[in-house]
Design a protein around this ligand. Structure first.
Ligand code: 5AD
Ligand code: SF4
Length: 439
């Protein structure tokens, strides 16, 4: 290989974004230098996502578009969920790809890179739910200036009927609480004040040394000196325990926000989805969260048009939205994914019907949010500044509840990104709050 520069593009969730930070750090440690465009790179890497919407086809299209770079002697690597899912098939469809590696193999990246550099053409790092280890590195390249991610658990053992994750990210494995806390302390020393703990299902976290439950780990991270905000995603209702709410109440640095994906409001559909809980079980967890002393904001994920979802069952999802009154909803049309149990279920709902249901749901939720957000008028909330809007006329950031807040300020100097500012809310929208800085 002539030089050692790489270009990396990332698709998908926060787990993927954070994996990329670890991959970048690992490559830099191996003597590579990151560049910001394909032309300048010797090695082109795509960290891919396969959660929905024929994602693998998009990856193949993309690879096809960039064939010209292969002719220029550049190398290609496909990482992430599409890599794990499609495996060696990628070499067949895009013969100029030299590396295919899923996330459960990143630990072996230095070795895989060396084999590629030595001229091996088809280097693979694929894992069939074998890996027991997690991928930890001291070289994580932290690309988000204000929020530091820490993975606490990798993989997933839930096997929801629609989901590729258990096949692409391997089996569940937790990091030791001690190593998580050590990373949190290091992050605080670097000057970060906000930490987001990551895992496909953080509630099934099991400290291998048996010392800390998830709630205890959450509390301990929240007590690391210098840390002002701790978030965590994603929770699973089946494993969500009451002590999580108790530590949010007890530890002020834990943010006022829980993301608890429900997927459907119908118990029958939930059973088909293999979610392992009922509507009532879910609502009981919501009632614990609502009973907290702190105003914990709720958000969720929903799938509309799961195979066999009747109009009445869809309506149950709508009544669930009315009942819970979420502050944010991420809703998706069901999309069939390779290898998943739902693939063999009869997916007879026409695409237009799924789109119609999605629109009905989004419209209803918008109205719920409009009312929820209006309640903040006159409140003073603490905002972590993330950046500026429209020629620095407004500052933007997020509240502890994870709501976007835009505000004006009176001082000659604008609040710095990463700083905290108290803001009085004067206007509200269905997705954001607006106001002015208070001194
Ligand atoms: N089709 C549609 N949405 C899906 N999700 C996961 N798999 C699928 C699928 N096959 C959604 C779920 C999950 C979120 C990350 O993506 O709502 O919580
Ligand atoms: Fe997928 Fe279910 Fe695991 Fe979430 S919990 S990653 S939806 S299998």
């Amino acid at each position: 290989m002539s030089g050692k520069t790489f270009y990396l593009e990332t698709f998908g969730c926060q787990m993927n974004a954070h994996d990329s930070e670890k991959v970048i750090g690992t490559l830099e440690q191996q003597g590579y230098q990151q560049v910001d465009n394909e032309e300048a790179a010797d090695l082109l890497l795509y960290n891919t996502c396969s959660i929905r919407d024929k994602a693998e086809q998009k990856v193949f299209h993309r690879l096809n578009d960039y064939k010209k770079f292969a002719r220029a002697g550049k190398r290609f690597g496909v990482l992430g969920c599409v890599a794990q899912q499609e495996g060696e098939k990628i070499f067949e469809r895009a013969p100029y790809v030299s590396l295919v590696a899923g996330s459960a193999s990143y630990r072996r990246l230095p070795e895989l890179l060396q084999r590629m550099e030595a001229g091996e053409h088809r280097v693979t790092g694929l894992d069939d739910r074998q890996t027991e280890e997690t991928f930890e590195t001291d070289f994580t390249a932290r690309k988000n200036p204000y929020r530091a991610y820490i993975t606490i658990i990798e993989g997933c053992d839930k096997f929801c009927a629609y989901c590729v994750v258990p096949y692409t990210r391997g089996k569940e494995r937790s990091r030791s609480a001690e190593s998580v806390l050590e990373e949190a302390r290091r992050i605080a020393d670097m000057g970060y004040t906000e930490i987001q703990l990551l895992g496909q299902n953080v509630n099934s976290y099991r400290d291998p040394s048996g010392k800390k439950s998830f709630a205890e780990l959450l509390a301990a991270v929240g007590q690391v000196p210098g840390i002002r905000r701790v978030r965590f995603t994603t929770s699973h209702p089946r494993d969500f325990t009451k002590d999580i709410v108790e530590v949010i109440d007890a530890v002020p640095t834990l943010c006022d926000h829980v993301h608890l994906p429900v997927q459907s409001g119908s118990t029958r559909v939930l059973r088909q989805m293999a979610r392992e809980y009922t509507r009532d079980w879910y609502l009981e967890r919501i009632s614990w969260i609502k009973a907290a002393r702190r105003p914990i904001s709720l958000s969720t994920d929903i799938i509309v048009g799961f195979p066999g979802e009747t109009p009445q069952e869809f309506e149950e999802t709508i009544t669930l939205l009315d009942e819970v009154q979420y502050d944010a909803v991420f809703a998706f049309k069901y999309s069939a994914r390779p290898n998943t149990p739902a693939l063999v279920m009869i997916d007879s709902l026409p695409e237009e019907e799924k789109s119609k249901r999605l629109q009905i749901l989004l419209d209803r939720q918008k109205e719920i949010q409009r009312i929820n957000y209006e309640r903040h008028i006159g409140e003073v909330v603490e905002v972590m500044v993330e950046g500026y809007q429209s020629a620095r006329e407004q500052v933007s950031g997020r509240s502890s509840q994870n709501k976007p807040v835009n505000f004006t300020w009176a001082h000659p100097i604008a609040p710095a990104p990463g700083s905290y500012q108290k803001v009085r809310i004067t206007r509200t929208f269905p997705n954001s709050l607006a106001g002015e800085a208070v001194q």
